[in-house]
Design a protein around this ligand. Structure first.
Ligand code: M6R
Length: 607
């Protein structure tokens, strides 16, 4: 979603801002803008469309040197995609950019209208600029504090006051902001990807704290104006991790990074190469004591990882495990108490609905454990415990390496918890861990299928509907295959539990309709084959995916993709890679913007 960058320092701010916005492009946006000081005047340049158009506009504008400014990529929520609605917004002495949503903007707008003040845009953001300006009496921090007392909703603001050139003020509530001070000056952004060029060391601006950025330093104060020292964090990846590295798209690069991200996520959590060990993650074994129920809450692909986690945990733990769509969970008065373990899963760690679900679980005194990729993110900070996925930065909107890393964390949790609970023996656990490690070379081998899959996708590119079917773990993977395909290829697709087809959906299966059939589970293989025969009898175009050496009657499918042989439980890892490649190459054949699909954002920070 919207991206933020702010810089004050010793080099040309416009360059820093444009480069920062380019780094943030992956988040999804529809317009972009920057504002920078020229003397005590604030110049603003903004446009709908891409950062490259903004760059052109900046180049055309009269050349002015600036060392302080703010930049934004907007993903429209309030008001259409227009130059006027793009950020930054200026009112009086205040210029600002904003991520999030001001929920009570209309009420504030009416109040400001009573005072004869009217916005020119349709945005909630401009109302915030007007409010801060109306409360400003020469003291920026006092104005910000008064304003936030009036604002409802989520926000991250970077604010310029024309009376304080070269200074940026920032505050956040629910939307992320990270900052660093480097030799070039002070930089703040909505995510680390825009900072990494300057420093690997950074801090997350604590909620409802004000950061004051000058060339020399960054001062952080709480709302009592007490200076605090934020906790410094360190990223173990460098700027090249957030670049395409020779691949045509980030998504393809990230698909290929999966052996490495799985290795980094799994191996450090295995003690003496045998048993799971979360002590380095600060997760004591006692957290599992007395737990008699697990709830997994997440959105989108992360929720699909939860579907796999549920199957694995219920099998091993013999206690109920439910998977909840986070945006639904919070409004359903869920049953949670101190005997519940709530696991939230999120790549970004900032998904608003998942964060809200976590807060609800915390309020009900559940034990909360999150599986998160971004260090120091809101979900990580607000959970009792965190098991980080070490997938590195995921730039493509379609989640790939984060998903398989999430799966690996959920398997580790299942094994660890089951061992502590005594529902598996040490010997069983050792053999489970061996199986889990075997997915790393198997995923590597699966990547060799890329070219074959590319060819198969030529058959899919002109289709309007595609179905994914599977049973058990394969049904969970079908859900993931379907979301991946639809989000980047714009082809309508549905995932069905294969046995459910004949209760309605089979009426949609006609000649040539593609059905991607997952049959990796030996225990239900024959049942699955019967379901494939049902769609075959309706002349569906079948792409069959099986695990290892399954015996297949070639007449039941048009294409057969054989995964490297793995234990059934481990097939989700290799299946995921095939489904990602199917989605990727279909999108490429259709000539679409794979990494930044229309209407979607990488980090969904609004509810
Ligand atoms: O950052 P999160 O993992 O919390 O994001 C959740 C979903 O928005 C995300 O997985 C989304 O479904 C992906 N674009 C799917 O590829």
């Amino acid at each position: 979603m919207c991206g933020i960058i702010g810089f004050t320092g010793y080099s040309e701010a416009k360059n820093v801002l444009l480069e920062g916005l380019e780094a943030l492009e992956y988040r999804g946006y529809d317009s972009a803008g920057i504002a920078f000081f020229h003397g005590d005047r604030v110049n603003t340049i903004k446009t709908t469309g891409k950062v490259s158009s903004l760059r052109d506009k900046v180049l055309l504008s009269a050349e002015t040197m600036s060392t302080c400014g703010i930049g934004h990529t907007r993903w429209a929520t309030h008001g259409g995609v227009t130059d006027t609605n793009s950020h930054p917004h200026t009112f009086g002495r205040v210029t600002l950019i904003h991520n999030g949503i001001i929920e009570n903007y209309h009420e504030l707008e009416l109040e400001l209208a009573d005072a004869g003040k009217y916005p020119v845009s349709q945005t909630d953001t401009e109302i915030a600029a007007m409010l801060i300006d109306s409360l400003y009496e020469g003291d920026a921090i006092a104005a910000i504090k008064k304003a936030i007392a009036r604002l409802d909703g989520a926000y991250a603001f970077c604010i310029l006051f024309s009376e304080e050139p070269e200074v940026i003020y920032c505050i956040r509530n629910g939307s992320p902001l990270v900052a660093c001070h480097a030799k070039e000056g002070s930089v703040i952004a909505s995510d680390m990807v825009a900072l990494i060029k300057y420093s690997r060391e950074y801090f997350v601006l604590p909620e409802l704290h004000i950061a004051r950025l000058t060339k020399e330093n960054i001062t952080v104060t709480d709302l009592n104006e007490t200076v605090i020292t934020p906790k410094m964090l360190y990223v173990n990846w460098d700027v090249t991790a957030a670049q395409k590295g020779g691949y045509p798209h980030f998504m393809l690069k990230e698909i290929h990074e999966q052996p490495e991200s799985l290795r980094s996520t799994i191996i450090p959590r295995i003690k003496n190469k045998q048993l799971p060990d979360f002590s380095a993650d600060g997760i004591p074994e006692q957290i599992f004591d007395g737990i008699n129920r697990v709830i997994i809450a997440a959105c989108g692909t992360a929720m699909h990882a939860g579907l796999v986690g549920k199957v694995m945990m219920e099998r091993l733990l013999r206690i109920p495990v439910t998977v909840e769509i986070a945006s639904e969970f919070r409004y359903q008065d869920p049953i949670i108490d101190e005997t519940t373990l709530v696991i939230t899963i999120s790549q970004s760690g900032e998904t608003a609905d998942t964060l809200a679900a976590l807060r609800l679980a915390n309020e009900h005194h559940a034990t909360t454990l999150s599986v998160v990729n971004v260090k120091g993110s809101s979900i990580a900070r607000e959970s009792d415990y965190v098991l980080y996925t070490h997938a590195g930065p995921e730039i493509a909107v379609a989640s790939t390496k984060a998903y398989t890393a999430q799966l690996s964390c959920l398997y580790l949790i299942a094994y660890h918890f089951a061992l502590i609970k005594g529902t598996i023996t040490e010997t069983e656990c050792i053999s489970n861990i061996e199986e889990l490690q075997s997915v790393i070379p198997a995923v590597e081998k699966t990547l060799d299928l890329a070219e074959d899959i590319n060819k198969i996708c030529a058959n899919l590119k002109d289709k309007e509907d595609i179905f994914f079917i599977g049973r058990g773990l394969d049904y969970a993977l079908s859900c993931e295959g379907s979301i991946k395909l639809k989000e980047i290829s714009y082809i309508h697709s549905e995932a069905y539990a294969a046995g459910e087809l004949k209760h309605g959906t089979l009426s949609l299966v006609t000649t040539g309709i593609p059905v991607i059939a997952l049959a990796t589970q030996s225990g239900i293989y024959n049942k699955m084959i019967s379901n494939i025969k049902e769609v075959r009898a309706r002349e569906a175009f079948v792409i069959l995916i099986t695990n290892g050496n399954a015996k297949v009657d070639s007449s039941i499918c048009d294409y057969h993709i054989t995964l490297p042989e793995l234990a059934d439980n481990m097939a989700p890892f290799t299946t995921a890679v095939v489904l990602q490649l199917l989605a990727y190459y279909t999108s490429v054949h259709r000539g679409l913007n794979v990494d930044q699909p229309r209407n979607l954002a990488k980090s969904v920070t609004v509810e």
